[in-house]
Design a protein around this ligand. Structure first.
Ligand code: COA
Length: 280
């Protein structure tokens, strides 16, 4: 996992350091433009806010079963030196009909076929959702990434996706967006900790130039796993940027272009027929 801080031990240390003020516009504040060269992915990346907390906590429970809470999401969402980015798309009609408590259930809760679980789902849907309706975000969230900016470093404290949304390029897109925001925020490098046995995550980080620079022995309290500390080379260096640009282009060729903070589409060349290419 990514969290640098499963027991929130580092939280206080970082809290005492000088906070960096962030000014990332919300997706809705960005200028929309129809000038896009490539096919657009149905997901966008936007800054997450407090209204997303319920959904993020549910994704966190699904991504790190038995380990939650990994972060204090509600606190981190309002941290001056923190940034949470969410991968979002419009809700689908069937998701709306199943109700908010179903939307915030984890995959294993949804798949639990016991009598008790089925009863609970019915009570939630036909009674509780009508009496006290949990407030859901205006769009569906597939996953998210959390970053803290501390002096000249950006720390990825968490990245997690719904099980059903993995291996669709969304985790990679979240990392791309986090790296872009780290550059925007003048960070020199990006660092994180990852469970030594977490091959998917380690592969993702290696792909983006993270190198293994240290080990925290028995870091994870659930099973005593070691944490590998990974750090990028200087992210504003020409070498890093040239490799990064290639990876971003490959990602778009494979999955489609993703709207995100700082990249609303206007930087791409106009397409001959932009409207018909706007969604996949
Ligand atoms: C790690 C995680 C965020 C990856 O997200 P994802 O959307 O599934 O990954 P993507 O589809 O974007 O894949 C991007 C790259 O990641 C690596 N990767 C992702 N899943 C992988 C897997 N199962 N095996 C090997 N490599 C994998 C690959 O390098 C891949 O690039 P490729 O498609 O060119 O092979 C996701 O698996 C997750 O949420 N896991 C649970 C929570 C977690 O472990 N978080 C990380 C804590 S450090």
């Amino acid at each position: 996992m990514t969290l640098s801080d499963p027991d929130n031990g580092l939280a206080d240390t970082f809290a005492n350091l000088e906070a960096v003020r962030l000014d990332i516009p919300k997706d809705s504040e960005q200028t929309d433009t129809e000038s896009r060269q490539s096919v657009r992915n149905e997901f966008s990346i936007r800054r997450a806010g407090l209204e997303d907390a319920l959904m993020l906590e549910s994704i966190e429970r699904e991504a790190f079963p038995g380990m939650t809470p990994v972060t204090r999401i509600d606190r981190d969402l309002t941290r001056q030196n923190g940034l949470y980015l969410a991968a979002v798309r419009a809700w689908r009609e069937d998701e709306r009909q199943l109700g908010p408590r179903y939307a915030i259930a984890t995959q294993s809760e949804k798949e639990d076929d016991s009598f008790r679980a089925r009863m609970k789902r019915n009570v939630d849907r036909y009674f509780l959702d009508k009496v006290v309706r949990p407030k859901l975000p205006e769009d569906y969230i597939a996953g998210f990434i959390g970053i803290w900016f501390v002096i000249d470093e950006a720390h990825v404290v968490i990245i997690g996706l719904r099980e059903s949304e993995r291996r669709k390029g969304i985790g990679e897109q979240l990392l791309i967006s986090a790296l872009e925001q780290a550059v925007e925020n003048d960070s020199r490098v990006v660092t994180l900790e990852v469970r030594e046995s977490n091959e998917p995550a380690i592969e993702l980080y290696r792909k983006y130039g993270f190198q293994e620079v240290g080990l925290r022995r028995r870091y994870y309290s659930d099973n005593g796993d070691n944490a590998v500390i990974m750090t990028t080379p200087p992210i504003k260096s020409d070498d890093f940027q040239s490799q990064f640009t290639k990876l971003v282009d490959q990602q778009y060729d494979k999955w489609g272009w993703v709207r995100r903070p700082g990249f609303d589409g206007s930087e791409r060349e106009p397409a001959a027929n932009a409207d018909s290419q706007d969604a996949i």
